[in-house]
Design a protein around this ligand. Structure first.
Ligand SMILES: Cc1cc2nc3c(=O)[nH]c(=O)nc-3n(C[C@H](O)[C@H](O)[C@H](O)COP(=O)(O)O)c2cc1C
Length: 313
């Protein structure tokens, strides 16, 4: 029997739990000749701001052992050009949930973008990027402080006419504290993790390898930390959690589901293989069939904490 791959996520029904992650799938439309959109659960757009942004100076992206560090600097066309040119073609794929990633430097920026997006058709949900620097608070990331995060989520929730997913920064001491703050302030779901702040140095020149000095680490290198954080977040809240960080295989996705995620996002893997999202959705279905899992949703939070058996002598 074919497994049932559908999942329910804050009022949305996804055809399967595999979603393309923000910043690694363009505005979606760039992938329409590469990925069969009806075979993936959804896609998250590049982060959208009030005004267009040029991003950081190059080099902005480098490879590391089992991952990469990026300092793209949230380059995007701004909400008006997104609505006029990028969103309309996506309406051709009604079964693929279009989630718009939103960012700003003050809560009012986020609210202004959401207010404008509310007027458009063809958007399933919003994802707030809480890893952005809050310019009113000395550039500290919104997501690094529960009170600042609560203020942002509160303001966004009041404006949003669609489900609000809050994307947490992993650069915090306590994931349960920020997860709970986002839930209490009205988040409909959480997604995590965003990238880890990182630094790579060219020892020949003794200079940083990125023009921005630091950047965000993603890819397989971060996966075990991300799985642990998803597990902690899922235990701390009642709302659904979307897991991500280094997923490249179906087994990676299953780890996040067992840790408590309802759905997963795939980011850096699309750089190595632009069809990674579609491949993962297919492989996950085959994994479920092989393991006699009739409903993919039954994997969520099914981690068995019995200690593993010691290795055979
Ligand atoms: C080049 C690049 C750009 C990204 N841009 C965004 C962004 O605009 N907004 C956001 O919330 N996350 C952004 N991310 C973070 C990813 O969506 C994801 O959270 C992170 O890369 C971890 O998943 P992965 O290891 O599967 O890539 C970006 C990641 C990369 C690699």
């Amino acid at each position: 029997m074919k497994p049932d791959m559908r999942v329910q996520l804050c009022g949305l029904e996804l055809v399967n739990p595999v979603i393309a992650a923000s910043g690694t799938f363009g505005y979606g439309v760039e992938f329409e000749d590469i990925v069969t959109f009806r075979r993936i659960g959804g896609m998250v757009t590049k982060g959208i701001s009030r005004e267009p942004m040029a991003g950081n100076r190059a080099p902005r992206l480098i490879e590391t052992a089992a991952g990469m560090i990026n300092a793209i600097g949230l380059q995007n066309v701004g909400v008006e050009r997104f609505l006029a040119g990028k969103l309309p073609p996506l309406r051709r794929y009604p079964t693929c949930a279009v989630i718009v990633n939103v960012f700003g430097y003050q809560p009012e920026d986020y609210v202004a973008v959401i207010a404008r997006l509310n007027q458009a058709e063809g958007i399933a949900a919003y994802e707030l990027n809480a890893s952005c620097p809050n310019t009113r608070h000395g550039g500290l990331s919104f997501g690094s402080d529960p009170a600042m995060l609560a203020e942002l989520v509160n303001a966004a929730k009041k404006e949003a006419t669609r489900p609000l997913i809050v994307k947490l920064s992993p650069n915090v001491t306590s994931i349960p504290a920020v997860a709970k703050a986002a839930e209490d302030a009205g988040a409909d779901a959480l997604s995590l993790v965003n990238t880890f702040v990182a630094l790579s140095i060219d020892v020949e020149t003794r200079r940083p390898r990125l023009a921005n000095v630091t950047g965000g680490l993603s890819g397989p290198a971060i996966k075990p930390i991300a799985v642990r954080m998803v597990w902690e977040a899922a235990k701390a809240v009642k709302i659904p959690v979307i897991g991500m960080g280094g997923i490249t295989t179906a087994e990676d996705a299953v780890e996040f589901l067992l840790a408590g995620a309802t759905a997963v996002q795939v980011g850096t893997a699309s750089y190595a293989d632009p069809r990674a999202t579609e491949r993962l959705a297919r492989d996950l279905e085959q994994w479920c069939a092989r393991h006699h899992v009739q409903q993919v949703g039954s994997l969520s939070g099914a981690l068995d904490l019995t200690p593993p058996s010691p290795p055979a002598k």
